[in-house]
Design a protein around this ligand. Structure first.
Ligand SMILES: [Zn+2]
Length: 271
């Protein structure tokens, strides 16, 4: 076994416990055959820190359990009125991280941050490789995670939840779904973080491995893994035609963000 980032042979001394999904956003599952401790540390301090800065506040607001350390208190609830719920950085930075209503640019920090997308891609890569699937189909994702390639292998994708999976009323989960289709020659991952950062990560358009249909789901509030069936049914030309535009993303993500904020507000009221 070698570290997928630097290629070093992994042994008892240099292997590391890599969270498939960063613990900062509620990930618990670990794998020991992915990264050497040095690379693990490097990503933890760089791209995963970007992800934690963006999404960690949701974990803080939902009070989800962490393995160790404390939630980033980078944001706090500043208003919860009829105008919508806003969160902002403490103590003086006025830049909005999140905005349900009344902000023209919700998630503006997330949208343009390539390191954020690298970290999301890394979650999908971790899951794929932890399952022991062939590394050769993940080379593009590895290059993207390492920052060697800026190819747009990610697309925001917001199908209606009802059509893809049954989302429980109070469920707040992270979902990773791998779909490999030998006949269509496509391998991709579909990921949902807090059920509102929904992306497709393209692994390969030359896929000739086994058909894959594997899903991992963790409810981060209830702190349990859920059995989840994902039905995407994306054919290759559909995947290829997915385009990211901030307008489309803003509209479609807003509905999911509002749902999450509603759950957060309910949880805070009952505390
Ligand atoms: Zn390494």
């Amino acid at each position: 076994m070698t570290c997928y980032s630097c290629g070093t042979t992994l042994n008892q001394k240099n292997r590391s416990a890599e969270h498939i999904i960063p613990n900062a956003i509620g990930g618990k599952k670990k794998a020991y055959n992915l990264l050497c401790s040095e690379c693990n540390k490097h990503y933890g301090q760089t791209i995963d820190q970007v992800l934690a800065n963006q999404l960690g506040p949701f974990g803080y607001l939902l009070n989800i359990p962490l393995d160790r350390g404390q939630h980033s208190k980078a944001v706090k609830l500043v208003t919860a009125s009829g105008k919508g719920t806003h969160y902002t950085e403490e103590p003086t930075n006025e830049q909005y991280y999140l905005a349900a209503e009344g902000d023209a640019n919700p998630f503006k920090v997330v949208i343009d941050d390539i390191d954020y997308h690298r970290s999301v891609a890394k979650i999908c890569l971790n899951f794929y490789l932890s399952k022991g699937y062939p590394k050769k189909y993940s080379e593009k994702v590895i290059a993207f995670v390492k920052g060697e390639s800026k190819d747009r292998i990610f697309h925001y994708y917001f199908p209606s939840n009802e059509g893809v999976h049954a989302l429980g009323e109070q469920e707040v989960s992270h979902i990773i779904h791998l779909h490999g289709d030998r006949e269509l020659g496509v391998l991709y991952a579909y990921i949902e973080l807090f059920n509102m950062q929904n992306l497709i990560i393209i692994f390969s358009y030359d896929y000739d491995g086994n058909d894959l249909n594997v899903t991992y789901c963790r409810d981060v509030v209830k702190n349990v893994e859920l059995t989840k069936t994902i039905r995407l049914g994306l054919v290759r030309h559909h995947v290829e035609s997915l385009r990211y535009t901030s307008a489309a993303m803003g509209r479609k993500m807003e509905v999911r963000l509002e749902r999450l904020i509603h759950i957060i507000n309910k949880a805070q009221l009952s505390n």
